[in-house]
Design a binder for this molecule. Structure first.
Ligand SMILES: C[S@@+](CC[C@H](N)C(=O)[O-])C[C@H]1O[C@@H](n2cnc3c(N)ncnc32)[C@H](O)[C@@H]1O
Length: 391
């Protein structure tokens, strides 16, 4: 390889990657996109969660064949082999330098018997004639930006009871900052709301469910979340028109009123069952964002991953597909923001479920009615001092 390398460790694998100090932005920060082969150390947590799900799936199926159609340095594929115990892994990339580096990394970890590499365009592999429908137990799509161009192929290439895992880094369209782009990529109306990150997660899941339904395939999230700069979904696959219809029955819309923070949850796809006042957001997935495999993965995981998955499962048990950003509620009430933690405590004292979300530490997810949330914030917040800054 005619570019400088360094050898690092991530998880339980050794890895040669482009020497990070050579590929810096003008502000001196490493820029993975500048390197000849893509390796992003800040996606480690994404991969930690991925391999935890791989391990849980292997335990359930007694086998784990993985396809990674956009593999970069190969770090994820190697980690599936070593840390999830994958029986067979195929790492694919269209960049010849990436393929060369993956080969090197396979040797470095002595994984020649279980990890293979292929120079190819991702969709050519996902749609190839040699692949009969449902060839892999886990297909992990981790592209630049949106995974949607690879969604149909990933569904095609995954076996029944397997996982389709997708990462989306195009958070601007998904969080409502670029509605037209969201419409093109995800076929959804998205506007900015105080609970944009959850909308991003639910729109991605909804879009995947719709793509799968075309093939009479059902997808259901085992885990879906927003972290740092990406959305990630681990989706369980099942086949059959009835199951696909069942999955579609979880789609619907949120109607958000910006003046009152009233959110109406309305089922229905493609058309919502009713049309309340407010900004229409959707179609999006309104069902649970975690499943039994998340519970299994968290039992097998340790440290930060275990804690994170535990939090996702707990958050999901509240059952409300949006949250209250306390800052926003306080500003609507024209008072200073109280501690979101105190709001959680107050709502729990009143007998409601309430917690701070993984999306951000000032958002409260609760099954309490909107009026109770506003009352709690009003009682706990303070009036701004006269002549002081407006909240
Ligand atoms: C975000 S990186 C993958 C990172 C990797 N999955 C990881 O966990 O480190 C995206 C990779 O996809 C490759 N790529 C982009 N478009 C592709 C395509 N159409 N087919 C195959 N590979 C592609 C790029 O060369 C790059 O290595």
């Amino acid at each position: 390889m005619d570019f400088p390398l360094e050898v690092i460790t991530e998880g339980k694998v050794k890895l040669a990657v482009p020497k990070m100090s050579e590929y810096l932005r003008p502000d001196g920060v490493y820029e993975p996109a500048h390197a000849p082969v893509f390796y992003n150390p800040s996606a480690k947590f994404n991969r930690d969660v991925a391999v935890a799900f791989g391990r849980a799936l292997k335990e359930e199926l007694g086998r784990l064949d993985v396809l990674e159609p956009l593999a970069g340095s190969g770090v994820r594929s190697l980690r599936y082999a070593v840390e999830s115990g994958a029986t067979k892994v195929l790492a694919v990339d269209a960049n010849p330098l990436a393929v060369e580096l993956i080969k090197y990394n396979i040797k470095l970890n002595k994984l020649e018997d279980r990890v293979k590499v292929l120079l190819s365009e991702a969709n050519a592999v996902l749609h190839s004639r040699e692949l009969r429908d449902g060839y892999y137990d886990l297909v992990d799509v981790d592209p630049f930006g949106s995974p949607m161009p690879f969604a149909d192929g990933a569904v095609r290439a995954t076996r029944r009871r397997g996982l389709v895992a997708v990462t989306a880094t195009d958070t601007a369209p998904l969080t409502g900052a670029r509605p037209q782009s969201a419409l093109r990529k995800y076929g959804a109306l998205i506007r900015r709301t105080p609970f944009s990150k959850e909308v991003a997660v639910r729109v991605l899941v909804g879009a995947m469910v719709r793509v799968a339904a075309v093939r009479e395939v059902a997808l259901r999230p085992e885990a879906a979340f927003f972290k740092d700069y990406y959305v990630r979904a681990e989706l369980r696959l099942d086949r059959g028109a009835g199951r696909a219809d069942e999955a579609l029955s979880n789609l619907g819309y949120l109607f958000y009123n910006e003046e009152s923070y009233e959110v109406r949850v309305v089922k229905g796809y493609p058309v919502p069952e009713e049309r309340p006042q407010g900004l229409a957001i959707g179609p999006l997935w309104l069902g649970p964002l975690t499943g039994p495999l998340a519970r299994k993965a968290l039992e097998l995981a340790e440290g930060e991953v275990r804690e994170f998955l535990r939090r996702l499962v707990e958050e999901d048990s509240v059952g409300t597909p949006y949250s209250y950003k306390i800052e926003k509620v306080a500003s609507l009430l024209k008072i200073n923001m109280p501690s979101p933690r105190l709001v959680v405590e107050r709502l729990k004292e009143l007998g409601y479920k309430a917690l701070l979300t993984h999306y951000d530490h000032t958002s409260v997810k609760t099954d309490a009615p909107r009026e109770e949330v506003f009352k709690a914030v009003e009682e706990l917040g303070s009036r701004p001092q006269r002549g002081g800054p407006a909240p």
